[in-house]
Design a binder for this molecule. Sequence first.
Ligand SMILES: NC(=O)c1ccc[n+]([C@@H]2O[C@H](COP(=O)([O-])OP(=O)(O)OC[C@H]3O[C@@H](n4cnc5c(N)ncnc54)[C@H](O)[C@@H]3O)[C@@H](O)[C@H]2O)c1
Length: 251
Amino acid sequence: MKKLLICGIAGHMGGNILELLKDDDSACAICGVDLHVPENFKGNVYKNFKDVAEKVDAVIDFSSPACLEGELDYCVKNGVPAVIAATGYTKEQLKLIDDAAKKVAVFRTANFSVGINLLVKLVNEAAAFLGEKFDIEIVEKHHNLKKDAPSGTALMLADAANSAFEEKKPYICGREGIVGARGREIGLHAVRGGTIVGEHDVLFCGEDEIITLSHSARSKKVFAAGAIRAAKWICGKPAGLYDMKALLADL
Ligand SMILES: NC(=O)c1ccc[n+]([C@@H]2O[C@H](COP(=O)([O-])OP(=O)(O)OC[C@H]3O[C@@H](n4cnc5c(N)ncnc54)[C@H](O)[C@@H]3O)[C@@H](O)[C@H]2O)c1
């Protein structure tokens, strides 16, 4: 039985993880890190990683970038693999993740759904096939509580498209005012409202035709299940940075 620490245990995703783990006979949540304590959770919930007393097999982080430093210190000090699912990290924080991955196994993805990871591949192929003549715009839609914009998944899709081009395209998040004719950019647009779980449309707009590749998540469970699968998979892996591509290739 893999013992997991859930960072962000009292949040929406933390709740989904706990719900799924109730019926899991190979992994369980033994403690958490959060500013709040979820109802009906019997383990310890710490306000920060410095106080964690338990030895766990893996950490799953669905909290916020604010937890990152303490979490990486805990994981490196205790040789514990980390599954980093939260989004909105700065470039400096992404570098900290890369550095920690030289010492322990770290799994990071902005999206755990199999469908999005297929979409990443299709977007890269479409960008390579369609080339410079098609303008690329990404529209993402999420619930009204989401803190970061554009979504980590939208950035992942933009990177997938961009990796098809030798000369990288700049990203423009939203447009306003007299912006003039469009350049070579990839446009990213964030819609926020209600309880939308996560919608991503990638538009390739050419002369007289538009190709749209899209994904719609219907419940947060898909992400929680993916993160639990990643946590089980990463146990015992050597230091390194892992993602869904590596996990899916291993199935
Ligand atoms: N990778 C994926 O597939 C995926 C899927 C869904 C959500 N996410 C990301 O996961 C994160 C959480 O999403 P959510 O909808 O559960 O958010 P949420 O706001 O419902 O939950 C976040 C939890 O983290 C806790 N937290 C925040 N800052 C903290 C701190 N400094 N110390 C301790 N606890 C802290 C909050 O108290 C809260 O309980 C977001 O970054 C979101 O973008 C990723």
